[in-house]
Design a protein around this ligand. Structure first.
Ligand code: TXA
Ligand code: MG
Length: 317
């Protein structure tokens, strides 16, 4: 056990965080999507410690977070389509899976031995300042024990990983609330959606003219290797698309409702995404055993919400 320090977002605190990272320790940092568990992406020992702290299977690769395009292009090759996506959405909740550059300074464990690297430039000011101060890429999965609900507040990080990591930077609640959209871009520019997330497919088309093949049209169903069916699991059982909860169920509402737990009273999808993991953490804390979730529309960020809910509801072993 270590004592997990709670750091602020002022310059002194971020210098302390960068020093801890340089020493190979792990620091949870706020991003606009969820809190990330950051470690030096160039250090095999730091990256091994990330897998150990989360209890994450070693075949599930990590995202390298970067401060700027220069740092990104030292790590991966950017076909023109990837440059267009980066220009439109970075910094922001988009992760690109790209061919790893020869000699890129990332520990092999970051990619779990794959020839591709997932890269993201986060928008949260504290994450950006930390990356600049550290001066190199930070490997950062979501800062939760593997398979559990992702953290959108510092208290969630402490609940899951307190005593196992050196520090948490308290940047308040995350704005977006669901993880980044992950797209792979092949050397010939072909795109695949590996994980729905903070940026909807509609927006990608609107801003870049690039279209994503419909999931049915993908020859084989390729997913990010970490997209296990059961994930984001609260302790209670979860039933989806419920309009009439049973007497023994508690409703997680979407739209006007008198339930104690609501994703958005006004039926706003961005608000629902920001509240999703927070409400699931609350229902866990309150010991709710049966959670009935109201239907959420499958458009824009609603796809990411439904993806996370399906995994939260999936059978566990
Ligand atoms: O919003 C986010 O993306 C957050 C914040 C902290 O940045 N991070 C996050 O990391 O969600 P994580 O580790 O929970 O999810 C990363 C996903 C995993 O499903 C992993 O399998 C996939 O990215 N991934 C990483 N590298 C990959 C690669 N080379 N090819 C395909 N999938 C990859
Ligand atoms: Mg995760």
């Amino acid at each position: 056990m270590v004592k997990t320090e709670i750091l602020g977002t002022d310059a002194t605190a971020l210098t302390r965080a960068a020093d801890l990272l340089r020493a190979g320790s792990l620091v949870a940092m706020p991003t606009e999507t969820v809190y990330g568990l950051a470690g030096d992406a160039g250090s095999d020992a730091a990256v091994a410690a990330i897998y150990a702290a989360k209890g994450r299977p070693s075949f599930n690769p990590l995202i390298a977070h970067v401060a700027d395009m220069e740092m990104a292009q030292r790590l991966a090759d950017f076909p023109p389509e990837a440059l267009a996506l980066a220009r439109a959405f970075w910094p922001g909740p988009l992760t690109l899976v790209l061919p790893l550059c020869a000699g890129a300074a990332v520990a092999p464990r970051v990619t779990a031995g794959l020839p591709t690297l997932a890269i993201r430039m986060p928008a949260h000011p504290a994450a950006r300042a930390l990356l600049r101060e550290f001066g190199g890429p930070l490997a950062a999965p979501s800062a939760n024990p593997s398979g559990r609900i992702s953290p959108t507040e510092p208290a969630h990080v402490i609940d899951g990983l307190g005593g196992r990591i050196a520090a948490v930077i308290d940047g308040g609640p995350c704005d977006v609330g669901v993880e980044s959209t992950i797209l792979s871009v092949a050397p010939d520019g072909a795109l695949r959606l590996l994980r729905p997330g903070g940026i909807g497919a509609e927006k990608i088309l609107e801003h870049t003219g690039l279209t994503l093949p419909a999931p049915e049209a993908q020859a084989e169903k390729i997913e990010a290797p970490g997209q296990m069916l059961s994930h984001y699991a609260p302790r209670g059982q979860v039933r989806l698309n419920v309009t009439d909860p049973r007497p023994d169920e508690v409703l997680l509402a979407f739209g006007p409702s008198d339930s104690r737990y609501s994703l958005s009273q006004t039926g706003d999808l961005a608000e629902a995404a920001a509240n999703l993991f927070r409400r699931l953490h609350e229902m866990d804390r309150d010991g709710i055993e049966r959670i009935a979730v109201a239907p959420v529309p499958e458009t824009g960020i609603g796809r990411a919400i439904n993806d996370r809910l399906r995994r939260a509801a999936a059978p566990r072993d």
